[in-house]
Design a protein around this ligand. Sequence first.
Ligand code: HAM
Length: 425
Amino acid sequence: MRDFLPEDATRLRYIETTAREAAKLYGFQEIITPIVEHHELLAAKSGEEIKARIFAFDDLGGRKVALRPEFTASIARLMATTLRNEPKPIRLFSTGTLYRYDEPQFGRYREFWQSNYEIMGSSRLEADVEILVLTDHLLREVGLQKYWFKIGHVGILRGLLTEEGLEDEKQNSIMQLLDTKQWKKSLDLAKEFGLSRRGGEILKKIFETKGSDVSKTLKPLRKELKNYPKSVEALENLQQIIDLCLAAHIEFNTSIETGFARGLEYYTGIIFELLVPEMNVALGGGGRYDKLVELFGGEPTPAVGVAHGLDRIALAADMQNVQLESSPKTVAIIPIGDEAIPKAISLASKLREKGVNTEMEIMGRKVSTSLQSSSRRKVTHAIIIGPKEIEEEKVMLRDMIKRVQNLVNIEEVLELLSQRRIPVK
Ligand code: HAM
């Protein structure tokens, strides 16, 4: 588990705020779900890989509980119970920490943050597109320059494997291997499970199908799959989603990869991950999952969603030299002598009322020491109030970056500091 010191905490919160603003802009309402849930709920469809990494324990009441490894299961639980009768669609946003016993390494933590968005109750293409567009919007807002979507559809593979008589459990084992890019092993396993020779050939074609132009990429595969109607249906669905983005002039870089799978087992439709050239782990991932709410005892509820890894977005921003925050203005107020203290406190209150971040000198330090400490903490302006200043009804305003100062009256200081840019003569 990690500590976030002020600089890192500021960056993480900046991304979180951007994610929350995106949620509002796209009509999502925030909900807060518990960090501890029943283990059974979290493990149900999380897939072998994540299931093996859940922090699970018995609580004092003897129940097997766990720290959430993702938000989607909790939200599906709510849809199956409390939110069951709410009018659809429902758009829900969550953010917070998640826990997976991953091997700590670059971009992989045991405690990490996500912004998570789910659209419940729509099976239409527009819902899939909204999730993709929102993700693109978030990354642009954060300021990332280079990223792309890897997009696939679980129905293509599952359609083939179902038609070939492989049950869900067997399909899941094959998909798990694909999630970690073990193509050969997954092909061998499929054959072991009874995949026909022709099925094996097509599976290989599915693995090899990759490209940025959706029509060109999918055309040859469509021919191969003509005897597998479920796979063709999935292929059409994938094509329609991308075509709708194109028709709406929404452009983001995509790589269509039909052999791509995700570790989570609840997906039924489009799946995608968000990648940057500098990192070999994804910044986000999501897809359509139309059966999960029902599995938890709810009404049939088509759903599509995405989660973004906030820690990884911060890392990518670093690597792409993105300034994550326009450094906010912070003012230090330094009184000289006891007489100036009430004036200083009163001025600090007035500044805060105007929304200016203001730090009061509370150690009784000399001006020079206080200024040194302010500059170490990246304070942008200092206001010095001494007997002379009080007499003249003025204060000394110092620009800590340009290292210039001049005497200004109090009204003027309030006016200046509440402006976005502060001209210091
Ligand atoms: P996920 O792909 O397991 O999907 O996680 C989404 C994102 O969380 C990843 O792309 C990554 O950025 C971040 N993440 C995952 N594990 C770690 C880790 N150990 N350290 C740092 N970051 C990590 C889900 O969680 C699904 N619930 C997404 C979804 C929502 N699908 C439908 N709705």
